[in-house]
Design a protein around this ligand. Structure first.
Ligand code: SDX
Length: 430
């Protein structure tokens, strides 16, 4: 097949560039040698239109609102099976697991659900009400202190081992963070429970009373984690890849992902959405005021949970989460006034030219908080839940980069606009 070319004409000089295409026909111009051969750099602030890697994990078509994990449409995960651990295995190892492989992985998760006592003791010195994302980031980095045998990963077996440790322990870290903030004793994991049920057990059981996990609540949490599991080269995943490209270990790379995810423009938006909805509910803000504030250029306020760098259509995850809220409330025979407020806000925005013209639709964060609240998760843990869901994606993306022999350290260039060459001036002479 002949190599497709693009031509760049600059100062009467014609430069030929290779054009590569992906599985779905998306095309990219290869500018990687433009500097070496022509001393030319491309300019793409925030990397909004730069393919930083080739990947086979997740496919998004932002115009059509399509999301697929390893080719499987996200809508096919909107049912009790497969569960989050099966999806995690598939994202990391590239195919659906055999029954025996899934069972082995589940057993490894059970084997590694406890924290090293040194890690557990860290909770005694951290402020009880420290931000949960700060604790999670610190704990993931500190895993490098306690599991030194995994600072270098050499084969699939070592990846299996470290993935099991991270995915299992992140749940324990999150639950212990919540318990410490509540002044409650830690509840240890129960290896007889499935992943989500075990987490809810550690979050809400008491020493004298086991928390009974309703199947519909377990299914809802399972779905939330699956929907957050990966999303190609988003901000936090790019942070994981950048740190990993320097051959830094997986623990600190995932910690970098947590730090990026914390931002209110990214995973932190799910907390901001709830604050926004609660403010409207308490009467502090009217829906129409909210919309107008979000449209005003004089106001930093944004309609959190709306808009997306890639989706210029309805985020398919938001559609699934919205329906899951209805399902869970129907089964629990309850309602949440915030869901009605969110619906009204969505309807107003989707009929307002400001949002329509800019193709701003609900994203994954708009309804996720309402479902997490119905499950019983406190608002300050919402972004941690996003991180628990996204962890398999970060591991999968890090592994894909690690296993690629052509990987080089990521080091973008710049356009320098600073001073011309000048001399140092002694302080007495300034
Ligand atoms: C996630 O990348 C991923 O895949 C992320 C994620 C994942 O799974 O990893 O999907 C998870 O992070 C979802 C996004 C969560 N963040 C929010 O909900 C915060 C609110 N949304 C925005 O801040 C914004 O939409 C972003 C950050 C999501 C996207 O920012 P962009 O692509 O840089 O878009 P922009 O800021 O350039 O906005 C374009 C225009 C601007 O107006 P104009 O200058 O053209 O007049 O749209 C406006 C913006 O002011 N705009 C909004 C808005 N989002 C964009 N105006 C009001 N409210 C909003 N929410």
């Amino acid at each position: 097949m002949t190599q497709k070319k693009a031509k760049l004409l600059i100062d009467q000089k014609e430069i030929e560039l290779n054009v590569y295409s992906g599985t779905e026909g998306d095309e990219a111009i290869d500018i990687s040698r433009l500097y070496e051969e022509h001393r030319l750099t491309t300019y793409d602030p925030s990397l909004a239109n730069t393919a930083a890697c080739r990947s086979s994990i997740t496919y998004i078509d932002g115009e059509k609102g399509i999301l697929r994990y390893r080719g499987i449409p996200i809508e096919q995960f909107n049912r009790p099976r497969p569960n989050f651990i099966e999806v995690a295995w598939m994202l990391i190892f590239g195919r659906l697991p055999q029954q025996s492989e899934l069972l082995d992985f589940r057993n490894m998760l059970s084997e590694h659900e406890l924290l090293h006592e040194g890690l557990r003791n860290q909770f005694q010195v951290l402020p009880a009400k420290a931000p949960p994302m700060a604790i999670l980031s610190a704990m993931l980095s500190m895993m490098a202190c306690y599991y030194e045998e995994f600072l270098t990963l050499t084969d699939e077996k070592s990846f299996m081992e470290v993935a099991a440790r991270l995915i299992s322990k992140v749940r324990t870290i999150a639950a212990f963070t919540h318990r410490r903030a509540q002044g409650l004793p830690f509840i240890y994991p129960d290896p007889n429970l499935r992943y989500c049920a075990n987490f809810l057990h550690m979050m809400f059981s008491l020493p004298y009373r086991q928390f009974m996990v309703e199947p519909e609540v377990e299914d809802a949490l399972n779905l939330v984690l699956i929907l957050h599991a990966d999303h190609e080269q988003n901000c936090s995943t790019s942070a994981v890849r950048i740190v990993g490209s320097a051959k830094a270990n997986l623990f600190v790379s995932c910690s970098a992902g947590v730090n990026a995810l914390w931002g209110p423009l990214h995973g932190g938006a799910n907390v901001k959405v709830m604050e926004m909805l609660e403010s409207i509910h308490r009467g502090g803000l009217k829906p129409e005021e909210c919309i107008e504030k979000a449209k005003s250029k004089d106001n930093p306020f944004r309609l959190f949970g709306f808009g997306h760098r890639v989706y210029k259509n309805y985020d398919p995850r938001a559609k699934i989460l919205k329906a899951a809220c209805d399902r869970l409330f129907a089964k629990m025979q309850c309602n949440d006034p915030l869901l009605d407020i969110a619906r009204k806000l969505e309807e107003r925005a989707l009929n307002d030219p400001y949002f329509v013209d800019r193709k701003l639709y609900p994203n994954v964060d708009f309804y996720s908080g309402i479902l997490l609240r119905a499950i019983g998760i406190p608002t300050d843990m919402f972004t941690v839940m996003f991180a628990i869901g996204r962890l398999p994606g970060w591991i999968a993306q890090w592994k894909e980069q690690h296993d690629n022999p052509t990987t080089r350290i990521m080091r973008p260039r710049q356009i320098y606009e600073g001073n011309d060459i000048c001399d140092y001036t002694e302080i007495e002479d300034r």
